[in-house]
Ligand binder design. Sequence first.
Ligand code: PGA
Length: 259
Amino acid sequence: MDKSKRRVVIAGNWKMNMGPAETPVYAATLAGMYAGVKKDAAVDVAVCVPFISVTAAAAALEGSGIKLGAQNVHWENKGAFTGEVSPSMLRQAGAEYAIIGHSERRQYFGETDAGVNRRALAALAGGLKVIICVGEREDERDAGITDELVAMQLKLALRGVAEAQLSGVVIAYEPVWAIGTGRTATAEEAGRVCGVIRRTAASLYGKAAAEGLTIQYGGSMNAANAAELLAQRDVDGGLIGGASLKAEDFMAIVRAAMR
Ligand code: PGA
């Protein structure tokens, strides 16, 4: 498939920033700026906000065209799971996307590949779109196992996900050593590993389905490097942490993605 036919997704990951009092102000700023951006129907722009700010963000972004997501989601719709938030709750609050398996969840909160898979299956069944994160740590990169590791994470995350559900799946390649460090993978390296992801998806679903899959790069993407990263054949968007907290920078990345 021609790259230009794939859906591009530019998603901000606010991480643990912007509470319900700060969110309306910042979201309104983003909405105002986005109103002036020349849109491309094939490009989705989203912000993934803290659970507690989803409702406030939904109200502030209404009618703006900016989509809304959360940063995690549980695998059951209700029950005795203290501290968790379900797919159905997120839909009720106005979220359309959920990030799953972010490396910070894996690193600090013990999330496993099996849990990532359960969350992905439940989120898709519950009508959410998922942004599933994969990526190697620096020691894994140094050991030369990036490609195998990323392929394995992908296969485990997508276990039981049907080809028909792939339209609700975005994969984010996020090398852990590049997250929040200001060190970006070179565009070639990012593009190469996103190619590994696409070939792995092809081994699971066939070439045509894999060609249609949206694969983001994430890890210190910013206004200065976005265009080069997004120009890579297998990079269809970005998951943006730090730079998504600065409206000007985030919108510069959004503009770079509009074709
Ligand atoms: P960063 O974060 O852009 O601050 O590196 C990306 C992410 O963790 O999704």
